[in-house]
Design a protein around this ligand. Structure first.
Ligand SMILES: [Mg+2]
Ligand SMILES: [Zn+2]
Length: 276
């Protein structure tokens, strides 16, 4: 009766959310589409991003916008078909362990991923908690409590150090041979990129802050760098890297190749374009 336990996925793919999985910014989309851009501009100079988003949800509530209005707004935004395809192929066909690590919030991310039918592809979404309170107002809390337990990383905003999150994922990895692919665009994606080691990959969005930071300090990174600049390129690059990693002799025994559509990579990939 008992079947052998499934082998642990050897490739962990960590996605940032805003401007990575989605080509837009979810905070900006909601605030602009629901008509609170004026309040945002007024408050931005005086507030940090995470408490500002909680405050913006109060502004929307005061203007009669419900959490369901916010959901509808998020559902109206596009998600690139190539990204959907990349996520489904990496999770289902290639057996990767997919995670989201994001400074957005659970409400926004789960709404978008569920609407596009890919929420179940991710084993974990690590982000700022969001809840609807008794008044029907969406509340957004910091991931790290900076007063009770400051994360102590000078690279990151006080509500979230993605590097600490990557270290936690690395430490709890069931198989120490697990390798990581980290995909992101922003300043907050630099700290986790520095935590990756040899055999890991970083996929920065070209000409965005993460890419610029990597280009300016390239010797600090141990992971190999593969930039992308569209959903189509994200898909090609990610699937090529995963195929290469799962075809590596050291991990060959861990995969059922009959499930792997990409075991004979046919995807052309542009050469590494990070300038020296
Ligand atoms: Mg981002
Ligand atoms: Zn950090």
């Amino acid at each position: 009766m008992a079947s052998a336990p499934a082998p642990a996925p050897a490739v962990v793919v960590v996605f940032d959310f805003d401007r990575t999985i989605i080509d837009w910014d979810s905070d900006d989309w909601v605030i602009t589409k629901l008509g609170a851009a004026d309040a945002f501009r007024r408050l931005r100079p005086t507030m940090r991003w995470n408490p500002l988003m909680d405050r913006m949800m109060a502004e929307l509530h005061a203007r009669g916008k419900t959490p369901e209005d916010i959901r509808d707004c998020l559902r109206s935004a596009p998600l690139d078909a190539h990204v959907v395809s990349a996520v489904k192929t990496a999770a289902a066909a290639l057996g990767c362990d997919l995670k989201v690590v994001s400074d957005a919030n659970t409400f926004f991310i789960e709404t978008v991923l569920a609407h596009h039918g890919v929420l179940g592809c991710f084993s974990e979404i690590v982000t700022n908690p969001a809840t609807v309170d008794a008044d029907g107002r969406l509340r957004i809390s910091p991931f790290h409590d900076s007063a009770a337990a400051p994360h102590g990383c000078s690279l990151c905003p006080d509500n979230m150090c993605k590097g600490k999150i990557i270290e936690r994922i690395q430490a709890t990895a069931s198989d120490k041979k697990q390798h990581f692919i980290y995909i992101g665009d922003g300043k907050g994606d630099y700290c986790p990129s520095l935590k990756l080691g040899e055999g890991d990959y970083v996929m920065p969005k070209e000409n965005y802050p993460l890419w610029n930071l990597i280009c300016n300090n390239k010797q600090l990174l141990k992971a190999e760098v593969h930039p992308w600049n569209s959903g189509e390129e994200l898909e090609k690059t990610l699937l090529k890297l995963v195929s290469k990693m799962i075809a590596a002799p050291a991990q060959a025994s861990q995969f059922d190749y009959s499930k792997c559509e990409m075991s004979n990579p046919a995807i052309q990939h542009p050469a590494l374009r990070v300038p020296h």
